[in-house]
Design a binder for this molecule. Sequence first.
Ligand code: SF4
Length: 182
Amino acid sequence: MPEAFFWEHAQAFLERVERLNLHGLHFQHVELCERRAWMYMHKVNFAQWYSRVQTGSALHDTSYQRDHSVRGLFGLAPDRIEWDECIVYENKGTGGAVEASSNQTAFYALMLSISTGKQWRAYTHVLSSRRRREVVLDAARLQKLWDASGRLEQLGELEAVPVAKKISLCETCSLAAFCGFD
Ligand code: SF4
């Protein structure tokens, strides 16, 4: 039986998420690269012109359609939910960028914990290895999500695109040409 959920920032977090219309990918992007997060916050998206992303999206759409368990979840988009056990799953193609993908998965568990008042568990399901990795919603993860939401709010208010350094992710980022890191 899941335990009751209590977190001192729950209402403030929910208010911020709703006001800024944040969802899981925001929390992934801000961990990876603040410029990428800024672009996402400001709805600057070059993915449709980037064949690699197009191919990846098509593959995800056809191969890994979301489970029927997640229908009706306004604004949330995890891949599968076990409602009785209070467990949420997010599929990832590979096991890389662990912290960023963990934040995304944890965000779903946190939103479900806040809205149901029960402690949810979260797993990242790595499709390439068919393994699942638990993302523990402990005090450190909650603090990380709280800090990330605050940083996303700051990025949303920032008019100019933030300075960025070349990182390994740039090689596969759809914004590489914009950043001059292609
Ligand atoms: S190309 Fe690199 S610096 Fe630019 S948004 Fe992507 S990850 Fe960030």
